[in-house]
Design a protein around this ligand. Structure first.
Ligand code: NDP
Length: 474
């Protein structure tokens, strides 16, 4: 989702750059160099259309997906016939209104997560130096916040204080409220970016829609310590994934008096994935989502609405489809899923450990093979960077996407193959990551030039080692 938004912006910036140099270009020089020098993946027209389509179609899609999962037995055809027979204006009729209960649930959850983010102790972690030369400092308390959240949620249920089935029963209203609320939140971000930016990593491109859509600030904060992107991406978005996975499991238990093995496998795998995320959260603060992409509509959509609704959808489907897999099959799927999540984690860990130690580490028990690459920033400063060419990063340049997609498949496959919709997330993720691989290759090629070419020669596969996709060497 976020990547498609990013592609749109890249192409648009390329179109507009020559006409309108302004503050944005000044504060984000490295990215601008990459943007203007690289061959973008999509044409400007395609990216404009995709950006507007995402804006127009994602909100109704979230509602339609929820409706189909909860009220149409997970069948796309059933929803289609309902709308066809009753007229498409009936869509408005199935759109739930944001109710007081929904707002209360969201407000309590958001306030709780914000308090944990601010108050729980954690290690001081420095993020990468920003294009404007700032180094954001974080309080790495994600794992503690994750544990406290799940323990609190389960305790509220166990002691009869709050029943998570209320969340499932008001899910449509909650999604509607999130769609509306995140829009308002983005208006706040837009105004804040103009009136009270938190740092010099901020700026307008002179186009109100792009500023709103893409965001203005790289590291917006409230006060000195409350980082808004950590909140939206990690503590609200990713945390909601775990909370909803548990909610779906409890809903099935309360409805049927038991939890089917398919639901158990799905929940355990999704929780393992989110646990891995929070274990590695400080590493996430160095990735593109945080270090390159600004806080605007696109990121709020991805993290405040798309993650809770679409990423959790295989579990949402299973609530009303308690498939019995049998112990043996359930066990095999579980083991395969855990293995994929571990490999995905190990790929990220290997790259970060390699960079952190400046190549002085062991990769698969040996000294890593590497390329010492240099690149020049827009301000003319030459810098060094290391590219790992052994371990997972020697198999293919984006091999880590294979276990990411496979893990999503394994937590979906307990739904078996009666309906297509549970597989929407896997398909979406596959398109997103294959596109992201192209985009990242483009960015790195323009950043590292001949060194990236050398890397492509040493590691010719883009994502899948066996079915080789030769790099376009330029
Ligand atoms: P990263 O940003 O972590 O890694 C790509 C960057 O790493 C490149 O831009 C380059 O940056 C650097 N790099 C590239 N090759 C090498 C190399 N050989 N050695 C050292 N550094 C290299 O990737 P992603 O953000 O795409 O992925 C991070 C994690 O998030 C993954 O686990 C991925 O699966 C997951 N993910 C999940 C998504 C979801 O929706 N579920 C979506 C996207 C990602 P530099 O400029 O520093 O050289």
């Amino acid at each position: 989702m976020e990547d498609l938004y990013f592609n749109a912006l890249q192409a648009i910036l390329k179109v507009e750059k020559s006409e309108r140099p302004n503050r944005l270009w000044l504060v984000d020089k490295e990215k601008m160099v990459a943007t203007t020098e690289s061959k973008t993946v999509h044409s400007a027209l395609v990216t404009y259309v995709s950006m507007l389509s995402l804006l127009a179609f994602c909100p109704p899609f979230v509602i339609l997906l929820w409706y189909t999962m909860v009220h149409a037995d997970g069948s796309v055809l059933q929803t289609w016939y309902y709308l066809k027979q009753n007229g498409f204006q009936k869509f408005v009729g199935i759109c739930p209104r944001p109710t007081a209960v929904a707002w209360k649930i969201i407000a309590c959850y958001a306030a709780f997560e914000a308090a944990l983010q601010l108050l729980l102790p954690g290690k001081r972690v420095e993020g990468p130096i920003s294009p404007a030369g700032n180094r954001p400092v974080y309080n790495a308390n994600g794992m503690a916040a994750y544990a406290v959240t799940l323990i609190t949620y389960l305790s509220l249920w166990r002691f009869g204080i709050f029943n998570p089935t209320i969340v499932y029963d008001h899910l449509g209203e909650i999604f509607s409220a999130l769609i509306f609320g995140s829009f308002i939140f983005c208006i706040f971000l837009y105004i804040k970016g103009h009136l009270a930016p938190s740092s010099s990593d901020s700026g307008s491109c002179g186009n109100i829609i792009l500023d709103f859509y893409w965001g203005m600030e790289l590291y917006p904060r409230i006060g000195k310590n409350f980082d808004i992107k950590v909140f939206t991406n990690c503590r609200f978005g990713m945390m909601s994934w775990a909370v909803l996975a548990v909610t779906y499991c409890i809903k099935q238990y309360e409805s049927n008096g038991r939890v089917a093995d398919s639901m158990l496998v799905n929940t355990i795998l999704m929780l393992a994935y989110v646990t891995k995320f929070f274990w590695w959260e400080a590493g996430y603060w160095s990735t593109m989502d945080i270090a390159h992409d600004r806080a605007g509509f696109y990121i709020c959509w991805g993290c405040l609405v798309w993650v809770p609704s679409i990423y959790t959808s295989p579990g949402m489907y299973l609530v009303n489809h308690p498939v019995n897999l049998g112990t043996q099959l359930a066990f095999y799927i579980l083991v395969a899923g855990i293995l994929c999540i571990y490999i995905n984690y190990d790929c990220d860990r290997q790259r970060q450990e390699f960079r952190r130690t400046n190549g002085k580490c062991l990769v698969w028990g040996k000294s890593p093979s590497k390329i010492v690459a240099t690149y020049t920033t827009a301000s003319g400063v030459t810098k060094n960077s290391l590219l790992l060419t052994s371990g997972w990063w020697g198999l293919a340049r984006h091999f880590h996407y294979v276990p990411e997609i496979s893990a999503a498949f394994f937590w979906t496959v307990p739904a078996l193959f009666n309906d297509f919709l549970p597989y929407f997330y896997v398909i979406f993720l596959t398109i997103l990551l294959f596109d992201r691989a192209n985009r990242d290759d483009d960015r790195c090629r323009s950043k590292y030039g001949k060194y990236w070419k050398l890397y492509c020669e040493k590691v010719p596969y883009k994502i899948i080692p066996e079915f080789r996709t030769k790099a376009v060497l330029m």
